[in-house]
Design a protein around this ligand. Sequence first.
Ligand SMILES: C[S@@+](CC[C@H](N)C(=O)[O-])C[C@H]1O[C@@H](n2cnc3c(N)ncnc32)[C@H](O)[C@@H]1O
Length: 247
Amino acid sequence: MENIKRNYYGSLSSLVYDQSKPPGTSIDGDIQFYTEELIQRDGIVLEAGVGNGRMAIPLLRKGFEVFGLDNSQEMLDLYKANLVKYNMKSNMLLGDLKDFKTDEKFDSIIMPNGSFCLINRDNIIDVLNNFKAHLNENGKMYLDLIFPTSFKAGTIHEFDFQLDNSEIINVKNKSISIDWITQKTYTELEYWYKNKSEIQPFSLWWYGVEEFTNILKELEFKNINHIINYNNLKILNLKTLTFIFEK
Ligand SMILES: C[S@@+](CC[C@H](N)C(=O)[O-])C[C@H]1O[C@@H](n2cnc3c(N)ncnc32)[C@H](O)[C@@H]1O
């Protein structure tokens, strides 16, 4: 076993992410939502936790300038490969959300697909303050929060994921526990490919609307709003809450 790092995307988990959600794969209409929001704004967009460029590459293709940040070299390598494939260019940085540094200032920071929920609760104030430090005056943040509405502790889901070259990665997804006090789920993902394996211990934190609004107010963010499921009324259950707020 290798790569036992909490909430880290190693080579096999990044590969499965890329092949199951290649650039342009919309999750409940999120790419359309972000495109329509960002079109009203100027300047550079930071995608925090850019991953393989699922969201960033369609934005680049629409003419936005996107800067990608991620703490997984494996994910950034896939982002680079996807940029070559789509003949696009983007600045990028390998770094952690809580202490990354760049001289660049952003007009918008986006964090789609629940990446924020991967951040250890103890670090969210540092992360939000670091975002603030990298925003221009009146810069805007879009941050998706997700909820464990269908999490069932004790369940195991095992499947063979077929790669584009027809090879198989066996994936075992074990939903271990849900802690209602600390608002956290714990899942263990195990990937097997040929003789190689990777374990991805995965915690996700969730936040109430009042609770998160108060955190943002304490940090003196302005114009705090939220929308549900990207305003897509066809989704009946709460899946994604996007907080939108300004420096
Ligand atoms: C769920 S994926 C989302 C990828 C992409 N934003 C999308 O919408 O498809 C989460 C990404 O956040 C990155 N990430 C998680 N924790 C991070 C951290 N502390 N610092 C930087 N990146 C992080 C992961 O490596 C991964 O690429």
